[in-house]
Ligand binder design. Structure first.
Ligand SMILES: C[S@@+](CC[C@H](N)C(=O)[O-])C[C@H]1O[C@@H](n2cnc3c(N)ncnc32)[C@H](O)[C@@H]1O
Length: 198
């Protein structure tokens, strides 16, 4: 072994590699903390949500906060293209497994993304099981949906936006509510509940 390979070469390699390693470490970020915990929608409620939104093979369905992927898989089984979004790596893994087990990988996928950073304009159906405050926070993004696109929400309304339909669904655990809206959605400030801190 020459002095070059013993001393100079390792030093040169270290100089080349160190900035790359440092850059990788700098860009590694922790996943965002979920804004709401995971609670799955029962299958009977999922079926009613997709039925109300008339999901079929012409649709592109986005489930915002997809949990274990039950909505994504069910939409894909109706022939739609479906994308689930979640910030929790465990939920992403469960959705990937659910998609694989149900063999709908040609139509369904999942992405680890914060729903408040998404461009929703390509979706024809949006499904939600979040919280009233999170539905309200999504309004500016939902206002960019194409006319005729549908939004369905499990259990939670959207302050100031009148639904087209509200339907009750019996599931094994309790009675659930499903809200349907059609784009373009219009916010009526008079319909908003009074702010208790004003
Ligand atoms: C109540 S669960 C609903 C799961 C699924 N949509 C269903 O109906 O069965 C809400 C999900 O939203 C996810 N979540 C919470 N905040 C989020 C955010 N900012 N971006 C993406 N996902 C989020 C949680 O990790 C959780 O899996």
């Amino acid at each position: 072994m020459t002095a070059f390979t013993r001393c100079v070469l390792p030093a040169v390699l270290a100089c080349l590699l160190l900035p790359t390693v440092a850059a990788c470490q700098e860009t590694k970020t922790e996943p965002k903390t979920p804004d709401v915990i995971f609670v799955p929608t029962p299958q009977a409620v999922v079926d009613k949500m997709l039925e109300l939104a008339e999901v079929d093979d012409k649709d592109l369905v986005y489930d915002l906060g997809c949990g274990n992927g039950i909505i994504v898989v069910s939409a894909a089984k109706r022939g739609a293209k479906a994308v689930g979004f979640d910030v929790d790596p465990q939920r992403i893994k469960e959705t990937q497994e659910n998609i694989a087990q149900n063999k709908v990988g040609d139509r369904a996928t999942v992405m680890q993304k914060d729903i408040f950073t998404l461009d929703l304009s390509k979706a024809s159906v949006i499904t939600l099981y979040l919280l009233p405050s999170l539905n309200e926070k999504l309004i500016p993004q939902l206002q960019k949906l194409k006319p005729g696109s549908k939004i369905v929400s499990h259990d939670f309304a959207m302050a100031g936006v009148k639904p087209k339909k509200v339907v009750k669904v019996e599931a094994p655990d309790r009675e659930h509510t499903v809200y349907l809206w059609e784009a373009p959605i219009v916010v009526d400030e008079n319909e908003k509940p009074a702010d208790p801190f004003e």
